[in-house]
Write a protein that binds this ligand. Structure first.
Ligand code: AMP
Length: 120
């Protein structure tokens, strides 16, 4: 993976673009989504860039585990560890991925709607 251009999330991690940071550790960085889709909506991003969760899983399974552990930590910090939360990795066009630096959406704080297009 590498097409050279710096992603929005690399600029956020570098502190060049402001963000509401919720949690960070040696390998991951978590901040509130600017356009929240639930009462709690936090993005968890590995500091090292991969395009999507499939590439991350293939290249660095430990880093994927770090991302998921950070999601759990974020849920605890946000007080939704017990009430429940959803972890989403949008991948590619049909899923609506817009930032090609893998990120987990952590959503919760209320009863979440069913997901998908509604197609059965
Ligand atoms: P995705 O569609 O899965 O690629 O998710 C990208 C997410 O990044 C969207 O939910 C956006 O609302 C969010 N986003 C875009 N720009 C920013 C920003 N500057 N700060 C925080 N979240 C952002």
């Amino acid at each position: 993976m590498s097409d050279g251009a710096e992603t929005l999330f690399e600029r956020i991690i570098a502190g060049e673009i402001p963000a509401d940071v919720v949690h960070q550790d040696a390998t991951t960085f978590a901040f509130r989504d600017i356009n929240p889709q639930a009462r709690v909506h936090v993005l968890v991003v590995p500091r090292k860039r991969y395009r999507n969760v499939g590439e991350l899983a293939a290249a660095d399974p430990q880093l994927l585990a770090d991302v998921l552990s950070a999601c759990r930590k974020v849920a605890e910090l946000e007080g939704i560890g017990e009430s429940g939360y959803r972890v989403v990795f949008n991948t590619g066009a049909d899923a609506g991925q817009t930032v090609f630096h893998v990120h987990a959406h952590v959503l919760g704080g209320e009863q979440l709607a069913l997901f998908g297009s509604g197609h059965r």
